[in-house]
Design a protein around this ligand. Structure first.
Ligand code: CA
Length: 243
């Protein structure tokens, strides 16, 4: 049986942040036609809440929002690890430059032809797939630290190399990919695995990480405990590729 590539491709999820209803309708309609799945948001806080639960392949981000600063929303979306394309008004050069500096994967000027949008999205996704196979964004920078996931290595703000076990690497990556979000012990266990009969497992691993990360492990500033809930990674994280 011969099937076309379009039919066999898994549907990619696109988050569309755009407060103008007409524009959003056209975008979502076009994307559906080209076999993308879409979720639409008209407010910044909605997409930021949603992305803690569901990770799209890419977010289209209109910077002029009714509630939050679009660049701040873009920054937070970037931190979550999703790809982003900025939707900008004609001539908003500053926004565009800032957007790209903040790590947006591309931008597109409104009004745009629906086909152009689809082409841009496909291009970014193809590029990402390629870069994932060569080397993805697996180096995190936070609070002066550099964390190389693939090398299982931390470099302190003073330039010291600290080695990490596989379990510590996995745990730190989980936190660094979800900064400023409370992760419950149950969630961490679920994602990283481990013996569920030993419910202190996570606490022990966190405490070991703190010995390496915190200048005062008794009073952690990066990896904090939220009593009754879990743990919170409080640093801002920037992800880059390994050199
Ligand atoms: Ca707008």
């Amino acid at each position: 049986m011969v099937t076309s590539r379009v039919e066999t491709r898994a549907k990619e999820l696109v988050f569309v942040l755009e407060d103008e209803a007409d524009v959003a309708r056209i975008i979502c309609g076009t994307l559906k036609q080209f076999d993308f799945e879409t979720e639409h948001f008209s407010h910044g806080h909605e997409i930021l809440r949603r992305i803690t639960r569901k990770m799209p392949a890419i977010c289209l981000v209109d910077l002029g929002l009714p509630d939050l600063d679009g660049l701040e929303v873009l920054r937070q979306l970037q931190e979550s690890g999703t790809a982003t394309i900025v939707l900008t008004g004609r001539g908003d050069v500053t926004d565009r430059v800032l957007g790209l500096e903040l790590g947006a994967d591309d931008y597109i000027v409104k009004p745009f032809a629906p086909r152009e949008l689809v082409a841009r999205i496909s291009c970014v996704l193809r590029r990402l797939q390629k870069s994932t196979s060569i080397g993805s964004h697996n180096v995190a920078h936070f609070s002066g630290w550099t964390f190389d996931v693939d090398a299982h290595r931390l470099i302190s703000p003073e330039g010291e190399h600290v080695s990490l076990s596989r379990a510590e690497t996995q745990l730190l990556e989980l936190f660094a990919r979800a900064p400023n979000r409370v992760l419950t012990r149950a969630y961490i266990l679920d994602v990283t695995g481990g013996a569920p009969t030993f419910d202190r497992t996570i606490d022990v691993r966190v405490s070991r990480l703190r010995q390496k990360l915190e200048s005062d492990p008794q009073n952690p500033r990066i990896l904090r405990t939220v009593y009754g809930s879990g743990y919170l990674f409080t640093s801002t994280v920037r992800w880059t590729k390994a050199h």
